[in-house]
Write a protein that binds this ligand. Sequence first.
Ligand code: PLP
Length: 393
Amino acid sequence: MAKNSDRPLKPATRLVVSGHDTTSYYGFVNPPVYHASTVLYPTAEDQVAHRARYQYGRRGTPTTEALEGALAAIEGPNCAAVCLVPSGLNAISTAILSVVSAGDHILVTDSIYRPTRVFCDGTLKRMGVETTYYDPLIGDGIAKLMKANTRAVFVEAPGSQSFEMQDIPAIAAVAHERKARVLMDNTWATPLYYQALDKGVDLSIQAGTKYIGGHSDIMFGTISANADAAPRLKETYHSLGLCAGPDDVFLALRGLRTMGVRLAQHHRNGLAVAQWLAARPEVARVMHPALESDPGYAIWKRDFTGASGLFSIALKPTSEQKVYAFMNALTLFGMGFSWGGFESLVILFDCSEYRTATRWAPGGPTLRFHIGLEDTGDLIADLERGFAAMAAA
Ligand SMILES: *Cc1c(COP(=O)(O)O)cnc(C)c1O
């Protein structure tokens, strides 16, 4: 990695220069994609002593090391380990497994990504670990829910679908006092807009499928740990036999190089469309923490340095038929799960089906938007077309 003795490099520069020694590989800018399992040892003595720079494909290649190095540089100085895994959900389950044992208890925000809940209520419960869901707005009130066997507090900000902000430093202070780890799903902001490991988070997770990949063509996940959490994370990761495929690792590294400029554009485009939607008569509320009117704005402003392109709206009460007419009239918004690619998306969702610690009552149908890299004038014209179709339905 490039060094600068005078001052630490800014994130934009680290995204470009980290994770690869450009004097290696004959000077080519990018590391090659190693498709690899077996590593050959030159002599019997070397084989018996496991004496080699690389041991085995699953244990790392120059391609995976390049990406780990680049991610570590972006996570900042508190990052002691990065693990690359096949999906964001796997990053979540592996991080949780690295901090719990049978008989333990964990606290998970009610605003968590839904498949995380499925993992906690299924596999984790079967392993003898109990989960309590808490109100995302709880702050240091989390102290009331801590038990003697609470090993971890899982946070996600903003919340999945509903975008509540959490006071993570306040929660982390309580958790650490009680010797519990703090895990965060940091997919929305990425380390570029939220330096989780500097704000009390021990294990920071990203669905690399989203903004790291950035092109809707890979499944990938990352777990970054501070020095306290790194040894158990690495042990769990290796013992589960995890590794990410070489082509996805390559595409993740390629995506990472442009993540800064893409995110800046998602931020601008997302805010422009959110502001426009907030002024529409059909819209009851926009859930976007970087809007001054949002209840999470003060925390976002204090802790985050940017916003991505994902937010939700609640429509005023209307019929299902009218919502479908709105969605079906859109030509620039695809209807699909996932997000973080270059394209705009919309989905209809309903958190009331599964929240348990809080009541989800937005008052009308709720839509989640991902605002891509298109021209915002075109996107707004498309949404106008949708609202016209809604009125006519
Ligand atoms: C998509 C997503 C995940 C899961 O990522 P996959 O790669 O799809 O498994 C986890 N957390 C959040 C917030 C997500 O949006």
